[in-house]
Write a new protein. Sequence first.
Length: 101
Amino acid sequence: MTTSSKIRGFAHQSEIQQSLTLFNRERLSPTLGGIPSIEPIHAPSRNHEFRMLCKESEFLQEDLAFVQARAAQAPLEAEAFIRWFEDLKQTGPGQGDPLFP
């Protein structure tokens, strides 16, 4: 779960991220299979792919909106901006995240 997800309190974000991880692992893993463009198109798999891509887009739009709102709070005056930016080390999203110790 991303830190921004935790901050926003969306418990469902973990489930969404896990399903997107599985989908993208399958979709992006190299294979020795046939060339996708000549394989028959299976409607159920294309519907699943479409739903997952929509879910991924929605997830990214939610995170983008959160980041944009947070960035809009940044001061415009140089010294105040530097203080705000440096304070992110202590108060910003990502604190305590295993990816950013």
